[in-house]
Structures are given as structure tokens and as C-alpha cells.
Write a protein that binds this ligand. Structure first.
Ligand code: CTP
Length: 473
């Protein structure tokens, strides 16, 4: 099969091909770029394999461009990279690899194109297209990756046990490609996942989380998570999520399966937003349900405090999973902690003070919090769903009204600590913090309006109760 027409849109292939001809090395486009070309997915990374020195070819290609293009050389790996027109080109000599039991670092030697294709993870990633003049556009597809693309299948070229024990990260990649491309995993490949899942433990957390985040960012992340769960890959790095699965019953009282509920919430937010961290908030929102589960004869199953406990569990899980410990963690924690609050505001008798408090605590994340709450409605009863969502419409209206009136969403104290210190000639001290806090509380409770005048008036009253006098000058 010839893909000449598919290459012609980019000048790069002709240019690299003619450089390869000049050096007399057979050169191929390989891996993900070929897969994505056939799938008509855009890709900016192009990998070239040549039967010879990848570094020498990269240098020659760089020189062939009018303007000088810098080449990054990684001698240890025998690879070289350059960027042209926004495309990242990577060059490497064809190689064969053999793996040892205890490590993912293979022994690498020069090899043929076929040997290079033999060492790859999946049939759809093992295709090559020639770019020399004698084979320009020719597809070299020893494992029938083209057929697997048509059948929408992830399959290893060799015995899956060998492919996965050579490099256990490939098990995460199998699920990731299935999730991204909406492919199935071919049965014996899936058996390979189940049989080798425990080997994932030799893989670094950073690499696992890279793949997991790609799964989370796919169109319907529940699909990837179900594959991770059934294969027991999830058990290797995220036992808290596995623990969500299962239904307990006492008499005729049972609770919902929180694993499948969480996945539904995750899909729901994913259809509202691409934001990875909102998706993580969905994953974490009920994470403490197993730890807080109780049975009570009168009310049945309860999970009191799971939102606070979940927020507390989040840093430990983020640290272990090598997720960021910065404001992204804080955002996820905040959404987990607050995810039940809007429901409590449904009641007509809810005071403005309660709304102001939520607005103050959620700040700019209030809209994401409402998305999470809406996503959390997973009842199969359509009437219930309609009623809950209509309630959230009401809550959102209330929030909007209160915000227009009181502006507490991005609360800035109307009097700063410096001003208080200046007026009463104080050094930084506890009392300054107390005054600020009491003024803020009065605003949230609606005792005074959120403006400087009323805040100053209250400050003088509060200060005099504390025995403070303003300085004379
Ligand atoms: N590869 C492999 N085993 C791995 C990683 C990569 O066999 N653990 C091979 C595959 O042939 C893959 C190629 O190396 O196609 C390039 O890897 P990478 O750039 O990580 O992935 P892509 O397939 O290009 O996909 P993506 O860009 O979506 O990550």
C-alpha cells in the first residue's frame, strides 16, 4: 500500500528523504505519526528511523534548511531532535532491544528496520513508511497494524507476556490508546494485562501518572478506568479508588456502588469541561465514602463527613501519585470539601448569609463547583434528575443575586491590616488579625454592607471594646 499522497502535504518528508538518499541510508517515518496519519489525527511529533546514524542524518537535515536549525543530540540514546515549522523531528538509528527481568532499561544494539519494528508496543504503533526515493510512501506493516486500525483493536505484535514484561508501562499505554482512540483491547492482549498487572510496580509514578492523565483527558474517561479496574492495573497505584467499588446491604437497605457513580460523575464533568483538575475533583469527590460509611437502622447507610475527610485524604494521594502539590491540589481539595454545600442551599428558607459564605469560600471556583454538583446527579429516575437540576438552577440564581448585591466572590477586606495598624499605632499582632476577621464575619453575616464606610465604623466600635484608642495624629 502506498501513502505517497498522505506525505505530500508536508515538505519535510521529501527533504528528509533526499538527505537520506545523499547519505545512502534507508529512512522511515515510524510509530505514532504513521498511526495518526492513517487515523487522520493531527500530530506534531515525527519520528524517523534510519538504518545507520540518526544523529548524522539529523545534522545533515538541519544543514539542508536555509536558516540554521539547532540540533539537540542525546548521545547516550543515539537520538537527535530538531524543530521545523512547529514539527518536532526525532531521528534515531534502527535498533534491537533485549530486556532483563529486573529493569525496564533494555540492552540496545544496532538493528534492521524489522528488528526495530519487532520491539514496539502495539501493531498500530509498529508501522513504517519509506521516504527514500526508491520506496517513497511505501507502507511496511509486518504485523498488520492497518487491519487493527480498521478493526479498532489494540494488539501487541508479539506474545503480550513478552511485550508487557519487557516494559510494563505498555499496559498503561494499552489502556490509554484504547481510551483515546475508542478502540477495544484484543482478548489475548487483555489477558496479558491481567496476568502482568503487578509488574506495573517497577514503573515510576511519574510515568504512570502521565498515562493516567491522558486517560482522564479522553472523551469518556470511564471507559479507560473500567479497563484499569478489570485488569487490576488500578489496584497497583490507586487502591482508594478501587475501594469505592461494591455495594453493602443490610436487610433491604443498600447503598449505590460509589465506583461506578464516581465514573459517571467523571464522564458528566468531562462532557462539560476539558479541565483536567475539575476531572480530578470528580474522581476524588467521594473518595472518603468507604472510610466514613456507617449503617443506621433508621436512615440506612450514611457517609457523614466524607467531604471533609476526602479533602484531607487528597494531599496524601496526590503526593503518592506524583500529582502537583500546588494550587491545583488546593483547587481539588476545595471542590471536594464544598461539593455538598450547594445542595444544602436548595431550601427556600436559606439565608443570604449562607450563600455569601459559600461564595466567599469558593471564590472564583464557584462555577466549577456548580458543574461538579450538577455532574453528581446520577439518578436513573428522570423525574428526580429534573427536580435536582431545577433546584441547582434556583441556587445559581440566588448566588448570582447575592453576588450582584454584595460582591463577596473575590472578597478583599475593605480595611487592610496596614490601615488598622496605622490608625491604632499597632505593630503586627494577633489583635489586628482579630479585627480583620470580625469585620469579615460581620459582612458575611450581613450585619454590615461590604464597603469601607461601614467597615470603618464597625472597626472603631470593635476596637473600643478591646480597649484600643486611635492615635492622635
Ligand atoms: N514505544 C514502545 N513502547 C513504549 C513507548 C513507545 O514500543 N513504552 C514505541 C511505539 O512504537 C510508539 C513510539 O515508540 O509509537 C513512540 O512513542 P511515544 O512518542 O511515547 O508515543 P506515540 O506512539 O508517538 O504516541 P503519543 O505521541 O500519543 O504519546
Amino acid at each position: 500500500m502506498n501513502f505517497k499522497a498522505n506525505l505530500d502535504h508536508l515538505e519535510i518528508f521529501k527533504k528528509v528523504g533526499s538527505c537520506a538518499d545523499q547519505l545512502g541510508v534507508d529512512t522511515y517515518v515510524v510509530g505514532g505519526y504513521v498511526r495518526d496519519l492513517i487515523l487522520k489525527r493531527e500530530s506534531k511529533d515525527i519520528d524517523f528511523v534510519c538504518v545507520g546514524s540518526g544523529i548524522a542524518l539529523a545534522r545533515h537535515v538541519a544543514q539542508s534548511f536555509d536558516t540554521h536549525v539547532p540540533v539537540s543530540v542525546f548521545k547516550n540514546f543515539g537520538t537527535a531532535m530538531l524543530t521545523i515549522d512547529g514539527f518536532e523531528l526525532e531521528f534515531v538509528g534502527a535498533r534491537k532491544e533485549s530486556y532483563r527481568e529486573d529493569s525496564r532499561k533494555p540492552l540496545v544494539e544496532d538493528g534492521t528496520l524489522k528488528e526495530d519494528q519487532d520491539r514496539r508496543d502495539f501493531t498500530i504503533n509498529a508501522m513504517a513508511i519509506g521516504i527514500n526515493v526508491h520506496n517513497y510512501g511505501e507502507l511496511i506493516d509486518p504485523f498488520d497494524g492497518l487491519r487493527d486500525i480498521k478493526r479498532k483493536l489494540i494488539r501487541t505484535p508479539k506474545d503480550p507476556d513478552i511485550t508487557f514484561s519487557d516494559d510494563p508501562l505498555r499496559m498503561m499505554r494499552a489502556v490509554r490508546f484504547a481510551a483515546q482512540l475508542k478502540f477495544d483491547i484484543e482478548p489475548s492482549t487483555f489477558e496479558g494485562l491481567m496476568g502482568n498487572a503487578e509488574r506495573l510496580r517497577i514503573i515510576s509514578g511519574e510515568r504512570i501518572i502521565d498515562e493516567l492523565n491522558k486517560i482522564i483527558q479522553s472523551h469518556t474517561p470511564s471507559y479507560g478506568f473500567k479497563l484499569l479496574f478489570v485488569s487490576k492495573l488500578l489496584h497497583q497505584f490507586f487502591p482508594e479508588m478501587v475501594d469505592l467499588q461494591g455495594v453493602d446491604s443490610v436487610g433491604d437497605k443498600s447503598h449505590k456502588d460509589n465506583f461506578y457513580h464516581t465514573l459517571q460523575v467523571l464522564d458528566n464533568v468531562s462532557h462539560m469541561s476539558d479541565d483536567l483538575w475539575l476531572r480530578w475533583a470528580a474522581i476524588m469527590h467521594d473518595i472518603a465514602k468507604p472510610a466514613t460509611k456507617r449503617f443506621n437502622d433508621k436512615v440506612g447507610w450514611t457517609f457523614h463527613g466524607h467531604e471533609d475527610k476526602g479533602a484531607k485524604m487528597t494531599p496524601g494521594i496526590f503526593r503518592r501519585l506524583k500529582l502537583p502539590m500546588d494550587e491545583r491540589l488546593k483547587y481539588v481539595q476545595k471542590l471536594v470539601r464544598l461539593h455538598l454545600r450547594p445542595i444544602a442551599l436548595v431550601n427556600d428558607k436559606v439565608t443570604d448569609a449562607a450563600i455569601r459564605r459559600l461564595l466567599y469560600e469558593a471564590g472564583d471556583d464557584i462555577d466549577d463547583l456548580m458543574k461538579l454538583c450538577r455532574a453528581d446527579v446520577t439518578s436513573k429516575n428522570n423525574n428526580k434528575v429534573k427536580r435536582f437540576l431545577a433546584n441547582f438552577d434556583k441556587v445559581e440564581q440566588k448566588i448570582q443575586d447575592v453576588e450582584e448585591k454584595d460582591h463577596v466572590r473575590n472578597f478583599q477586606p475593605p480595611i487592610s491590616g496596614e490601615e488598622i495598624m496605622d490608625i491604632f499605632k499597632l505593630n503586627p499582632s494577633k489583635i489586628v488579625g482579630e479585627l480583620k476577621e470580625e469585620i469579615k464575619e460581620a459582612i458575611l453575616e450581613g450585619e454590615i454592607q461590604n464597603n469601607k464606610e461601614e467597615a470603618i465604623e464597625l472597626m472603631y466600635k470593635l476596637a473600643s471594646k478591646k480597649g484600643l484608642k486611635p492615635s492622635e495624629n
